[in-house]
Design a protein around this ligand. Structure first.
Ligand code: FE2
Length: 425
């Protein structure tokens, strides 16, 4: 994980303000939780909230304080092992699935760790003491922390869903049902297109270099597939027809007994789903979420369409306003479109749900993994994952852009992952 080379760091004053805001936002996410909520983990892919709180702090202690003032003692000598990214760094005794066994340090000590490192970083920023390369790393650390903010919510949602009490993270439900909006298709002409990041703004390394791709004429849906659309797929035996599924996907359907997206439960003739506000009936006009790549692919085939490639998605999103239902809305769930989009417009392409693409997660042409990267980087994940685009209702608004590439294995479904249909024109 690193910024591309032409990136220009923010000024220390601006960076200090952003540091303050991002760190406080993380703390606010944990505020409604008990120490017990924060300590445990529900599956190997997820991490405890306490671990996220500490790990995002480890980043700043290691890459900023550790480099700028190596003579200073760390807050605690073992935290660099407990909270680094290499979950196997201290041997098989502490792989990632066992992060939830760390009853010590206590949550209070982790919060004190956060305070300690924050105070020192803010002091260095105020003194103007950090050189340009470390300012860039502070900014990178904030984008890294925003990634973990989303994971705090998705990991927590999975954890709470395992509890028979079905606890709500937040109780109020601001959503009001709205009418269905008919899906329309938006056409894009064939041609050579530029995709990927370029310029002085922040982006992760995997978004570069910007390069040319040939895109055939295609159409993309005006809005994402909804819960109602997906319920019709289920009613039409979508989960019982191997002809709709990729072979590897059908193997998963059989092995895991899938018959609906994650968190869905039958409620009479209809469905309800677990949300961060507890169990609610599915709202048919909201974008469907918590589906795997395989489910997205099968749905698209059933619908007589296909998933977009990531290049098609990026071409479609390039001119769309970067607004939508992000974590700041407080909904913590995809929302329905309030108004029909104008003719020919793409709606809800940012926020609500990450949209699976048909593109596997691979390096862009001439991508190079930098030597001495900051301990974790996107390049090492470029196998057996598919690209998702656009951000979700758990993504901070300032974290997303049209070139942003998220990636997950084809069978992952605890993220707010959905889809938008595409087809050949
Ligand atoms: Fe991380």
């Amino acid at each position: 994980m690193r910024a591309p080379p032409q990136h220009r760091p923010l000024r220390p004053g601006v960076l200090a303000e952003r540091f303050h805001a991002v760190r406080n936002a993380t703390r606010a996410l944990a505020a409604p939780l008990s120490a017990e909520d924060c300590a445990i983990q529900s599956m190997p892919d997820a991490s405890p909230v306490k671990w996220h709180l500490a790990h995002t702090t480890w980043f700043f202690e290691t890459f900023i304080l550790g480099r700028h003032e190596p003579q200073r003692a760390p807050f605690h000598p073992t935290f660099k092992y407990l909270f680094n990214s290499y979950y196997n760094a201290i041997g098989d005794r502490h792989p990632r699935p066992y992060r939830g066994l760390l009853s010590r340090p206590a949550l209070a000590e982790v919060l004190a760790y956060r305070d300690h490192v924050e105070a020192r970083i803010l002091a260095l920023l105020a003194e103007g003491a950090l050189p340009a390369d470390l300012l860039s790393l502070v900014e990178l650390g904030l984008h890294h922390e925003q990634q973990h903010q989303e994971l705090i919510l998705t990991d927590l949602k999975h954890l709470l869903s395992c509890n028979p009490l079905r606890p709500a993270y937040q109780k109020t439900w601001p959503l009001t049902p709205v009418k269905a909006r008919a899906r329309s298709w938006v056409r894009f002409a064939e041609g050579a297109r530029q995709v990927g990041h370029e310029g002085e703004g922040f982006a992760f390394d995997n978004e570069s270099p910007r390069h040319t791709v040939w895109v055939n004429e295609f159409e993309i849906a005006s809005h994402p597939v909804t819960h109602g659309d997906f319920a019709r797929f289920i009613e039409d035996s979508g989960y019982r027809r191997p002809d709709l599924w990729l072979a590897a996907g059908w193997d998963q359907v059989v092995a895991r007994g899938w018959e609906a997206p994650l968190y869905w439960e039958r409620a009479g003739d209809s469905w309800q789903t677990f949300t961060l506000r507890g169990m609610v009936p599915i709202e048919p006009n909201t974008p469907v979420c918590h589906i795997t790549f395989y489910e997205a692919e099968a749905f698209a085939r059933w619908a007589g369409a296909r998933l977009p490639t990531e290049a098609e998605w990026e071409v479609a999103a390039a001119d769309a306003p970067r607004e939508g239902n992000f974590v700041e809305s407080g909904a913590l769930h995809p929302l329905a479109m309030r108004e029909a989009p104008p003719e020919g417009a793409i709606a809800q392409i940012f926020g609500d749900v990450w949209e699976w693409t048909r593109s596997d997660y691979a390096p862009y042409p001439r991508f190079r993994t930098a030597p001495g990267a900051v301990g974790e980087y996107n390049g090492k994940f470029m196998a057996n994952q598919y690209v998702l685009r656009g951000g979700s209702c758990a993504t901070p608004a300032s974290h997303i852009r049209a070139t942003y590439r998220n990636f997950f294995p084809a069978d992952a479904r605890w993220q707010f992952s959905g889809l938008r249909l595409a087809r050949d024109a």
